[in-house]
Design a binder for this molecule. Structure first.
Ligand code: SF4
Length: 349
């Protein structure tokens, strides 16, 4: 989600492009006013990224951004007001093939549900979500997804589990107001990991009090660790101890930054000594195992004669990883081309 002022079109477009570059599939933008809706029009013109407009209460803003090419409206139909207003938003969404996200959030649960349940509960969040779902279903609109986010991991997981058993629509996952970069990432990984490992969840957003770039990175790391999506280099690194023969931590941190532009999925193991180095390297595209005679270098699990100079290891490793990424990329392209040719052949015969 962008955190620029939406009325600052230039800054918002710049941030969307940055998020796109590091792998975001969808970007959400707050549209709190009509001025922001007008800015949205210019933002839309400058990016093909699927955009979700985050709107609260004012149905006119939803109608306006629908005219300007929004892909999804995050708006809760029960909060829009009269039936006529709800219908006008749903009609325009249907006409323009725009999806709606119902977004229930623990911090803004309806007062009557707060009183009914006394505290934040999964039952309260799900009851709130189902009120909005019922409105859309009565209007025979099914192109919606739902989120039920709480800042508590257990309440969030319980809510999504309950919701998944009640509706067939996609679920958008998130732990809301998860916290700072580190604690928020951990909370999100635990909560979303539990859900995703059960097959629950279709889109996700990591909410961090940090640069949105971090949100995307954490999201990808969660998906990578569950082997749901892979993009870029997956580093396997040891925690280090006195046996390490080179500075593993600095090597990994430096390479993570230098290799952010690589999108081809590949595993690289960076291990400080021969205790675990050869074993991890065997399962990686590129591997290095620390040694005081120059670190051993593995390609596709096979030990190479060449050794890395421990003082120049970062540069040497970067060169090898880039070459391997280019090779894997070429291989992928050839496979895709072969697949297309095979399809053509089958359609001809
Ligand atoms: Fe220590 Fe070697 Fe284990 Fe790394 S792999 S933590 S250097 S024993």
């Amino acid at each position: 989600m962008t955190n620029t002022r939406t009325t600052d079109v230039e800054a918002t477009v710049r941030q969307i492009k940055t998020l796109e570059k590091i792998g975001a599939d969808i970007v959400r933008i707050s549209v709190p006013t009509m001025d922001a809706a007008e800015a949205f029009r210019h933002i839309r013109e400058q990016t093909s990224m699927p955009l979700v407009a985050d709107i609260h209460f004012d149905y006119r803003i939803a109608l306006r951004v629908a005219e300007y090419g929004v892909n999804c409206l995050r708006i809760n139909p029960g909060n829009i007001g009269s039936k006529q207003r709800i219908r006008s938003v749903v009609d325009v969404a249907r006409d323009k093939n725009i999806s709606i996200r119902i977004g229930v959030n623990g911090g803004s649960l309806e007062r009557d549900l707060q009183e009914k349940y006394g505290e934040m509960t999964a039952e309260g969040l799900v009851e709130s979500a189902m009120r909005h779902v019922d409105i859309l279903e009565r209007l025979k609109f099914d192109q919606f997804k739902v989120s039920v986010k709480a800042s508590d991991v257990f309440v969030t997981v319980d809510s999504y589990n309950q919701l998944a058993s009640r509706i067939d629509q996609p679920l958008h996952l998130g732990i809301t107001e998860a916290g700072g970069a580190r604690s928020g990432a951990v909370k999100s990984a635990v909560g979303l990991g539990l859900l995703l490992s059960e097959g629950i969840g279709d889109t996700l957003r990591i909410s961090l009090a940090a640069d949105p770039v971090e949100e995307i990175k954490v999201g990808f790391d969660i998906l990578k660790s569950l082997r749901i999506r892979s993009r870029g280099v997956n580093f396997i690194a040891c925690p280090t101890c006195s046996r390490q023969e080179f500075d593993v931590i600095n090597t990994v941190n430096t390479l993570e930054q230098r290799l952010e532009d690589i999108v081809v999925p590949m595993d690289v193991s960076i291990i400080g000594c021969v205790v675990n180095g050869p074993g991890e390297a065997e399962a990686s595209h590129i591997g290095v195992a620390g040694s005081n005679r120059g670190s051993a270098y593995y390609d596709e699990g096979k030990r190479q004669k060449e050794r890395f100079d421990n003082d120049k290891l970062i540069d040497q490793l970067e060169t090898k990883i880039r070459a391997k990424a280019a090779m894997l990329d070429k291989k992928n392209r050839i496979n895709i081309k072969d697949e297309v040719n095979m399809k053509k052949l089958h359609t001809r015969t």
